[in-house]
Design a protein around this ligand. Sequence first.
Ligand SMILES: NC(=O)c1ccc[n+]([C@@H]2O[C@H](COP(=O)([O-])OP(=O)(O)OC[C@H]3O[C@@H](n4cnc5c(N)ncnc54)[C@H](OP(=O)(O)O)[C@@H]3O)[C@@H](O)[C@H]2O)c1
Length: 349
Amino acid sequence: MDRKISVIIWGATGFTGGELLRIIARHPRMEVVGAVSRSKAGTPIGAVHPHLRSAYRDMNFISPEEGGGIDAELVFLALPHKAAAETAQKRISAGQKVVDLSADFRLRSPEEYRRWYETEHPCPELLERAVYGLPELHREEMSGADLISGVGCNATSAVFALLPLAKAGLIENARIECRVGSSEGGAEAKEGSSHSLRSRSLRVVSPFVHRHMAEVVQELGLAEKDISMTVTAVELVRGIQCIAHVTLKERLREADIWKLYRAQWSKEPFVSLSPAKPAHLRIPDPRFVMGSNRVLTGFALAEDGRRAIAASAIDNLLKGAAGSAVQSANIMMGSEETAGLEMMPLYPA
Ligand SMILES: NC(=O)c1ccc[n+]([C@@H]2O[C@H](COP(=O)([O-])OP(=O)(O)OC[C@H]3O[C@@H](n4cnc5c(N)ncnc54)[C@H](OP(=O)(O)O)[C@@H]3O)[C@@H](O)[C@H]2O)c1
């Protein structure tokens, strides 16, 4: 049991790639044997991720050609969609287990993929064997899998806010609002990521409909016509606060909702319920999960008992990406589910 699982990370120069490197540096059962980059092959990892210099003192990025030649047991793909699917296909043919972070294997249907990502899926035949990468939804299927998908960070926040109500069939409609930090857009400089332009703005990135809605519909079993999803970029680097305004199918009491949320989340190692009091802690704030794989969920009910706010907070780079990916990989590889992920949030941050 002392032998560690060999891991290669593709897209290791990016934000989620950096988080995978950080987590695995202290993982008791995984060891990074390759960090792949097209643009930085030969460069020390610490030159791109200065905070990781001490953990990867003697390791340089390697090229995709070198990465393809290393026989690692487990591969994480922190690549943009489409590039991820093409790499996954090759890694699976080489007999490696793959955990993807991109959108390529999240949706079950190639038609839905085409509709939401406006491109043909490069390997639709793999969609059926991919398990959606949220252990809180698909833990059992992960142990025998060889391909686990990424999760949309906004979709993840919506799932944690709404799952107990959705499972109980109580949602008539939900208006999901996600307030998100700039790291959601990745490390590459692009229109909209300039500090001068983005800082202090409240930019509504996608009014009403966001791609991650496809995952919410699929994973929560809600009808598309009954939900909307608006994403607003706010003054954060990391973090998502999801606030879903829900009309309930029937009148409920607060105690009913507490019961549903406790039943759903109390056994989950990374999920906590926000307290009812004091009032300012009732609706989850991403500040309290920053830098960790933790999730906060909470709710408030209007006096009429039919309108509720269901909410959650996550760190997009962790529970919304690299953290869930490692948690899923732990299950797939037969390790302790929480291994490498027990770091507490940074506060204040
Ligand atoms: N950021 C988030 O909060 C978040 C949350 C959930 C899921 N995700 C998903 O995770 C994946 C990575 O996101 P990220 O935020 O880490 O992105 P990122 O910071 O832009 O990093 C992606 C890395 O992939 C490599 N790359 C870019 N284009 C490529 C291409 N065409 N072919 C091969 N490699 C390419 C680049 O490295 P080199 O140029 O060095 O090769 C880049 O550093 C994306 O699919 C994203 O949707 C991100």
